[in-house]
Design a protein around this ligand. Structure first.
Ligand SMILES: Cc1ncc(COP(=O)(O)O)c(C=O)c1O
Length: 398
């Protein structure tokens, strides 16, 4: 049975449940989506209760709901609850996984030209600190990841394959399932940055067969800012060094020894923003209730509609590549700086963002791009909003 598309009534309901849609044409979902009102209310109510009755007392009251956030995230990515750590952003999640690996001089990391800046910085740092090697697989001439180049790059020294599923400055996607098969065949650790994909595209860690996966809350998941999570496969948890430890990290502690707890929450610290964790859980629940496959279908439809209209505007170049493209639509306007395009659109209450070269450095350098305008759609955007955005761009060029 095919995926059921949203009808107009459903779209209007999503918009009615998101107060920000009445204020702005929001095409910055890859930056931070507008949260549903229920997410905002959950956070505000929790903070109010904390301030009124006491932080520990309210944590006790909401213990089951707080734990349920882990179960909801596990459902979202088809993991087990004890494979999830909730942290404050995707960079922390990715850092905890990457820096947990016991690198030695001569170890190799394989990545793609779409890798995100935070991750690249850590690779370079590891090269300087441990003497590891970094191998970057360039996309083929059609803009697709080359699985054969990956196979060729693998050597007995390959310790890690690290892939960003969806880059922040272009709509192209990496074939994380196929890459996972190669990683498994060779018994190599596999780390996926799914920061832009969770909430937009169905992501199943069993299918991807990754060992670690990092996600942020505020983008396509529509969770509050300052939330994220890390998935670590159960059998890999003991293999990663911990970056921090406190009482929460341990199952027991004596005067001379301790035992690390038996789940992925060992990667968290005790003190955390419980209101935001509850908000993250609500956002995941909201997305699951709608259905990620339906969201993905709508996002692709809207993004392709936008790309099609942009390609018809003289003076605009679209920079998305590859066979499969997501909700991130990137383009440049001839003779107009991307920051100026963003500023002009903001005057008309249209939110877009600017993707800088450093965010996806290999890809942007290869394509001689210093910046792009990024208009990222979510399922609550409409065809009418796309029309208004394109009209505003035509006006700007004329
Ligand atoms: C692909 C990708 N990975 C990681 C990150 C970092 O996410 P965070 O800001 O939550 O640490 C971003 C942020 O834009 C991103 O686009």
């Amino acid at each position: 049975m095919g995926i059921r598309p949203f009808n107009e009534q459903e779209i209007q309901q999503f918009r009615a449940e998101t107060k920000g849609t009445a204020q702005r044409l929001h095409f910055n979902n890859a930056g931070s989506s507008l949260p549903p009102d229920v997410v905002l209310d959950t956070v505000v109510n929790y903070l109010t209760e904390e301030a009124t009755y006491g932080g520990y007392e309210i944590e006790y009251k909401y213990n089951a709901e707080l734990n349920n956030t882990y179960a909801l995230i596990a459902r979202l990515i088809n993991a087990d609850t004890d494979e999830i750590a909730v942290v404050e952003n995707a960079s922390t999640a990715w850092w905890l996984a990457f820096n947990g690996i016991d690198f030695k001089a001569g170890d190799e990391i394989i990545t793609s030209e779409m890798e995100y800046v935070t991750n690249l910085i850590s690779f370079i740092h590891a090269k300087k600190t441990y003497g590891i090697e970094i191998k970057v697989i360039p996309n083929d001439k059609h803009g697709n990841f080359s699985l054969s180049a990956l196979e060729t790059a693998i050597s007995p020294q390959t310790k890690l394959i690290a892939i960003t599923h969806i880059a922040s400055t272009t709509g192209g996607m990496m074939p994380i399932v196929e890459i996972g098969r190669v990683a498994r065949k060779h018994g190599i650790l596999y780390l996926v940055d799914a920061c832009q994909s969770a909430g937009q595209v169905p992501v199943d860690v069993r299918e991807v067969d990754c060992d670690m996966l990092s996600v942020t809350g505020r983008k396509y998941l529509r969770a509050p800012r300052g939330t994220g999570f890390l998935y670590v496969r159960k059998t890999v948890q003991d293999k990663l060094k911990l970056q921090f430890m406190d009482g929460f990290t341990t199952q027991w502690v004596s005067e001379t020894d301790y035992k690390i707890r038996d789940d992925a929450r060992r990667f968290e610290m005790y003190e955390k923003n419980r209101a935001l964790i509850l908000g993250l859980g609500k956002a995941v629940e909201y997305a699951l209730n709608i259905g990620i496959d339906r969201i993905w279908q709508r996002v692709q439809y809207l993004a392709n509609t936008l790309r099609g209209q942009l390609r018809n505007i003289e003076g605009i170049s679209v920079h998305d590549f590859g066979d499969e493209q997501c909700g991130i639509v990137t383009f440049t306007v001839n003779g107009v700086d991307s920051a100026a395009v963003k500023a002009k659109l903001a005057e008309k209450q249209i939110n877009v963002s600017v993707g800088l070269a450093k965010s996806t450095l290999f890809f942007m350098n290869k394509n001689h791009l210093s910046s792009v305008v990024r208009a990222s759609v979510h399922y609550y955007n409409t065809e009418q909003e796309i029309g208004v955005l394109c009209d505003a761009l035509r006006y700007l060029i004329s």
